[in-house]
Design a protein around this ligand. Sequence first.
Ligand SMILES: Nc1ncnc2c1ncn2[C@@H]1O[C@H](COP(=O)(O)OP(=O)(O)OP(=O)(O)O)[C@@H](O)[C@H]1O
Ligand SMILES: [Mg+2]
Length: 503
Amino acid sequence: MGIALQDQKNFLYDAFTRLKSLFRKPGSTLNSQLVFSHLAVSLVSIILMAIFTGRYIFQAANFELEHNLQDLAFTASNAIELPIQEVKEGRVQPTFIRELLTRLFADNANIHFTVYNVDGRPIIASEEPLPPRATLENAPEVLQALQSDIGRGVSVRRDEHGDRYMYMAVLVQKEIEVIGILRLAVAMAPSLESARQSFLVMLMVALLIVVGVSLAGWFLANNLARPIQVLTQAAGQMEHGDLGVRVKPSGPQEILRLAEAFNSMASRLQSNVNELRAFVANASHELRTPLTTIKLRAEALSGGAMEEPEVAKRFLKEIDTEIDRLVRMVNDLLDLSRMEAGLGGGTKAPVDLSAIANEVYETFEIRAAYGQVDLRIEIEPDLPPVMGYEDQLRRVIYNLLENALKYTPPEGQTEMLLRRGPNPNTVRLLVRDTGPGISPEHLPHVFERFYRAETNPPRPGQARGSGLGLAIAKSIVEGHGGEMGVSSQLGNGTTFWADLPVN
Ligand SMILES: Nc1ncnc2c1ncn2[C@@H]1O[C@H](COP(=O)(O)OP(=O)(O)OP(=O)(O)O)[C@@H](O)[C@H]1O
Ligand SMILES: [Mg+2]
């Protein structure tokens, strides 16, 4: 308790700024930050506690000592009231008082006493020689007792050996007349020593708490840091191309959710990358086939086929067809990627699907007749218009009808229906055929880009498609907020449906 208050303040301020700079250090780990913050909080509280409770403990020890001394002093002053009178009247020796008090303080051997006359001259004391006459310098408590209302005086000072003593003086009274003063003195060292010991025990306990709290901070930080480290490691692996990496979610709720989000992000990324790879592989494969044909024919032409006009004509026709196919495929791919990016179309407008359906029907009428397919159209009257892009919607109907006709054998039937959807806010387009149907293992894939169910070769005379038609149709329908599906059974024909929202 020797530090002055200003010093204590400076010390605390200093410690605080130093700790603060430790937290702010960039790149410090979660572990060290949490441990330091726990350490800082508990150290500051311990210092504050030490200051306040320390002071309190020492004050309480002083107070208790003073209280006990006062009780003894008043008891003793009552006991010597008569003997003082008798000494004054010369009936007993002053040593009688000493014997009496010595007996009284038999249990408190460390108490020294002096009995003074009202004029301050000592009558008798526990030790010889008698102390000098009481003055303000050598016994202020005696004068204080004489002047105070409660007849009591206290003072704390060091004796000639430097030991600290508490002095307590009380008046000895006969009724209201003061006949003497009793002064007790007791060394303060033992009581201060026990206070110091309590203070030390308290400090030790507090330090143990600091260690415990810091350990708790360490465990807490570890609990937080470990799952984050795992995540960082996984992200690093991903950076190096390992998209299959997943983390085991652990730690507190928030980090658990972060880990789950990381895993689902990784899965999504992996499937997107796989899809992209498959797409690039498919696209290159599809482009290579017509290019190879063109190259072979061109080589043949320059290698001598030119000499035979019939062959040359046929080869040139083939080259022309392949180039058409290439152009169509590249355009389809471009459209598809534009639509998937949500581009194109301009502003939406109300589109009369019935009119478009009729148009497309007319386009295919001749082809159907040529292939001996019974092509029918059935449109529910008063259908509401669909909000969307006319060209795109025409393409949906076109692609579906084209497929149906492509796969329906002669004498078969293809039907296009337009009616209200199961949800009253939609219009449903149905394209049904009596073709070979699609087997269950191919059915879930027909909307994928480049997917062709190889079991269904188109009718003779029909060109092999590139497998983009349904992908484009589906992407258009979904771009309009609609849904598209297919149902089919091998040998029983196929039905494609698309529900388009009205507004
Ligand atoms: N009505 C149908 N009946 C039987 N099989 C069909 C029918 N419609 C589509 N398919 C199968 O689904 C596959 C995918 O159709 P999609 O329209 O996407 O491609 P495509 O017709 O082969 O080529 P593209 O339309 O690009 O010219 C087809 O190759 C075919 O195997
Ligand atoms: Mg098609």
